[in-house]
Design a protein. Sequence first.
Length: 232
Amino acid sequence: MGKKSQKGKEKKMARKKELAEENAMLKEKTAVVTAANKTEDPLAKMPAFKAYERNGLNLSIECRRVKDIPEETMDWIFNLTKANMEKLYVDAEWGWNDKEKKNEMTEDEAWHLIVRDVIKDNKPVACVHFRFDMDEGDAVLYCYEIQLEKEVRRKGLGHFLMKILELLAFQNQMEKVMLTVFKQNTQANKFFKDKLGYKMDETSPEDTIEDKFFDEEGIGYTYEIISKIMPQ
C-alpha cells in the first residue's frame, strides 16, 4: 500500500478538529443546563413575576422542585392535567396512562410553576411543568404542560406564564423554549403560534408515507414540536 496523500491527512486532521470543537461545545452546553438545574429558586431574580394582579385576579406564583411540593398539590396538578388533556391524548392516539404521566411529572428533573389565588385561601389555579434539558445537542427549556383552571382562563395568565418561561430560558442561557402541541388542538396552536410567535422546530417529525401515524385527516403525525429561539 502506498502512503496516504497529504490531502487525505489534512482532511482527517480537519475532521478531528471539528469533532473536538463539537464535543467542547456540547460539554459547555451541558454545563449550562446543569447549572440551571442547580438553581435554588429560578424566580429569585424575577420578583416582579411572583405575582399576577390584573383582570380581576390576585395570584401568587412560585417555582418548585417536586421534592418541595406537598403531595396534595401534586395530586391537584395531576388531576387538572388529566381533566384538560386526557381526551386530547386519546384522540391523538398517544393514549393516556395515569402511572406514566405521574412518573413524568414527578421525575427529579421536573420543575413546576404553581399559581395560587391569594383571595381564595391560596387555592391552586394554574401550573406549568418545565425542564432545563439537552435536546438534539441544544440547551433548551422544554415546557411539558401549561394548565389553567377554567376560572382564570382568558385573562392573560397563560401569556404571562409563558413569558416567565422565556425569561428563565434567557437568564439561564438556554438556546430556545420548546414544547409539543397536538395538531387538533386548534386553540393551543393559535395561542402559541399566532399570539406568542412559536414556529415549527427543526426537530419536529415530518409527515411521510413511511411514518404511518394515522389521524382523522390521513397519514401523518398528530403533533408538532414548536419552539422560540432565545436572543443570545
